[in-house]
Design a protein around this ligand. Structure first.
Ligand SMILES: [Zn+2]
Ligand SMILES: [Zn+2]
Length: 280
C-alpha cells in the first residue's frame, strides 16, 4: 500500500464521521496513482517566467474521454457521500464537453464558472465546488511531477509556482529550518518568505501573528496576518511530505483551521494567480 493510502486509513480510523467524504478522496488518490494522467501533461514545460505559474503558461490539450470518465466516476462517488447536497450532484451533466468545462474551470480555480455549472444543473453549489476542486488533482499531480525541474528557485510569490493555488500549509524543515509552502492540488513546493504574509506580502511585523491553538490536539501552529486577515498552518518536520499527501495532511489538520476561523482569520478563496486554460 502506498503512503497516501496508509494516511487515508489513519484518517478513517481517527475520523469515522468523515468516511463518506474520505471515500471520495480515496478515489482521487487511487486515480492519481494511475499512469494515464502523465500522458495528458505536455512533454516539455518551458522555464518559469517571473510571477507566472508553470501551468498558466503551458499549452494544454486535455483528452476529452479520460476527463469525461473520471468526472463521471467522481460525481458518482460524490453523490453517494451521504448528504442531500452531495446526492444532488447526480443531476450534473456527464457529457464530454461539460466535463471538460468543469475540469478547466477547476484547473484555474474559477469559482464563478463552477457556480454557473451548478446553477444550470440545479445542484447544490457548495457540494459541486467541493467535488470539482478534486477533479483536476490527478492531472495536477502528474503535471507537478513533470514541472519539478522547470520550477524557478527564486520564486518569491505567495501562490504555487506550479499551479497558482494558495498554500495548503507551510513546512519548516530540518535543522536549518527552511520554510516551504506546499500546494494541496499539485503537491508542489516553493520557498516561503520568512516574516512575510503569503497573501498580501506585508512585512509589517506588527501585522504578523503566530499562535498555537489551545485545544487543537494537532501538531502545528497558525501564522496569521491582521492586515489581510489570511492565515496559514505551519508544521515543523524533518522532511517535506509526499506531493499526494499534502491534500490529506491539510484535511487531517482541520482542527487548526477551525481554531484560525474562530479567531476571525480565513484562507483566501480562488487562485492566487488569475489565468485561463490555453489550448495547445
Ligand atoms: Zn500547485
Ligand atoms: Zn496578509
Amino acid at each position: 500500500m502506498t503512503l497516501p493510502m496508509v494516511a487515508l486509513d489513519g484518517l478513517e480510523r481517527d475520523r469515522p464521521e468523515w468516511r463518506p467524504w474520505l471515500a471520495v478522496v480515496r478515489e482521487v488518490v487511487r486515480e492519481a496513482e494511475s499512469a494515464r494522467w502523465d500522458a495528458a501533461v505536455p512533454a516539455r514545460i518551458a522555464p518559469q517566467a517571473p510571477g507566472v505559474p508553470l501551468l498558466a503558461g503551458a499549452p494544454l490539450s486535455l483528452p476529452v474521454e479520460p476527463v469525461r470518465q473520471w468526472a463521471d466516476r467522481l460525481l458518482r462517488f460524490g453523490s453517494r457521500a451521504g448528504t442531500p447536497a452531495m446526492k444532488s450532484l447526480d443531476a450534473v451533466s456527464r457529457s464530454g464537453t461539460e466535463a471538460l468545462e468543469l475540469f478547466n474551470a477547476s484547473l484555474c480555480q474559477d469559482a464563478q464558472r463552477v457556480r454557473e455549472v451548478a446553477t444550470t444543473a440545479g445542484v447544490d453549489v457548495e457540494a459541486l465546488q467541493a467535488l470539482a476542486a478534486l477533479l483536476p488533482v490527478p492531472f495536477l499531480l502528474a503535471f507537478g511531477r513533470r514541472a519539478a525541474a522547470s520550477r524557478s528557485e527564486s520564486w518569491i510569490e505567495g501562490y504555487c509556482s506550479t499551479c497558482g493555488a494558495w498554500p495548503a500549509f507551510v513546512e519548516v524543515r530540518g535543522i536549518e529550518r527552511s520554510r516551504y509552502c506546499r500546494c494541496g492540488r499539485c503537491g508542489g513546493e516553493w520557498h516561503a518568505t520568512a516574516l512575510s504574509c503569503p497573501y498580501c506580502a506585508t512585512r509589517d511585523h506588527e501585522a504578523l501573528v503566530a499562535f498555537v491553538p489551545e485545544r487543537s490536539g494537532a501538531p502545528g501552529t497558525i501564522d496569521a496576518c491582521t492586515r489581510c486577515g489570511g492565515y496559514v498552518k505551519t508544521f515543523t518536520r524533518l522532511q517535506g511530505c509526499l506531493p499526494a499527501a499534502v491534500l490529506l495532511e491539510d484535511l487531517a489538520s482541520v482542527d487548526l483551521d477551525v481554531a484560525a476561523l474562530d479567531q476571525g482569520y480565513r484562507r483566501p478563496s480562488g487562485s492566487g494567480y488569475s489565468w485561463e486554460v490555453a489550448r495547445a
